[in-house]
Design a protein around this ligand. Structure first.
Ligand code: HPA
Length: 283
């Protein structure tokens, strides 16, 4: 057994104990959700049955970014059991990449079959504007490390996982249908993960554009790789918070990102709630 897997099992045991203590030892999520920068409001729509501070989980990485608090929220959306990460850790915080994806793996081990990834991003595609929600149809992750580097965790998945359809077409269809019903504009595109924490240079953005990317951010793709490795069914929605470097006349700020995420939050919450209910019907 690898040491990464041992650490994961320890976290799982810790969560199991905390859930038992809270009287929800038999809670089993169907859907896992990761909330990106400023999108934490969504958690208000959950009928909560338990909350666990990351700091209380043995060995769990704790985020240091303003706007990201660190809690696992357990509860129901329209009767569908969800586990929600309110706050994630990023590579640029200095964590080992296996720690960055540990919470995703943990939610998989808790029983979640579906994973909805969300994030804040900079828009690269000409059709995108600040405040848009973008359906992630694929990603580019080769500019950052791979979370599966090191001994393979055979207990979770295969050494060389296929990556042809990480963002599941059937889930994308649900998201498209729900966005149309709610009259929410939903452009689509490829998300590229950059390392951060500095925003990208205009030259990097031009390169990403040539590579086919529509939006850039500092998370998500490595989480999708880890979740895909363990067979989770994944989809992703990005909140385009600013135009990427060189595409806007003003310098980028973290405050601007949070403001745009706040503005998009009600639309995002509506969409996510309906998507989860629909997954519940089909899952
Ligand atoms: N670049 C990277 N990450 C981001 C951006 C950006 O422009 N906006 C929000 N997150």
């Amino acid at each position: 057994m690898t040491s990464v897997y041992q650490k994961l099992l320890k976290c799982k045991e810790s969560v199991d104990n905390l859930m038992k203590k809270a009287g929800i030892g038999d809670f089993r999520p169907l859907v896992a959700v990761v909330l990106g920068s400023g999108l934490g409001d969504f958690a208000d729509g959950i009928s909560i049955c338990g909350e666990i501070d990351y700091a209380d989980i043995d060995g769990f990485p704790v985020s240091t970014v303003p706007g990201h608090d660190g809690r696992l929220i357990l509860g129901h959306v329209g009767g569908v059991a969800v586990v929600c990460m309110k706050g994630r850790v990023h590579l640029y915080e200095g964590y080992d990449i296996t720690d960055v994806v540990l919470p995703i793996r943990l939610m998989g081990l808790m029983g979640a079959e579906y994973l909805i990834l969300t994030n804040a991003s900079g828009g690269i595609g000409a059709d995108l504007k600040a405040g848009d929600l973008m359906l992630i149809t694929d990603h580019i992750a080769c500019f950052v490390a791979n979370p599966l580097t090191g001994a393979n965790i055979d207990e979770l998945g295969t050494r060389f996982p296929d990556m042809s359809t990480v963002y599941r077409p059937e889930l994308n269809d649900i998201i498209r249908d729900m966005a149309a019903k709610l009259t929410i504009r939903l452009p689509e595109g490829i998300y590229v993960q950059a390392g951060g924490p500095s925003f990208e240079s205009p030259a990097e953005i031009r390169m990403f554009k040539q590579a086919g990317a529509s939006a850039v951010g500092m998370s998500t793709a490595i989480e999708a790789i880890a979740a895909n490795h363990m067979g989770m069914k994944i989809c992703g929605i990005s909140c385009v918070c600013n135009l990427a470097a060189g595409l806007s006349p003003t310098p980028l700020t973290h405050d601007e990102v949070q403001e745009a995420a706040n503005e998009a939050a009600p639309r995002f919450k509506q969409l996510l709630m309906e998507v989860i209910k629909e997954i519940g019907k089909q899952g």
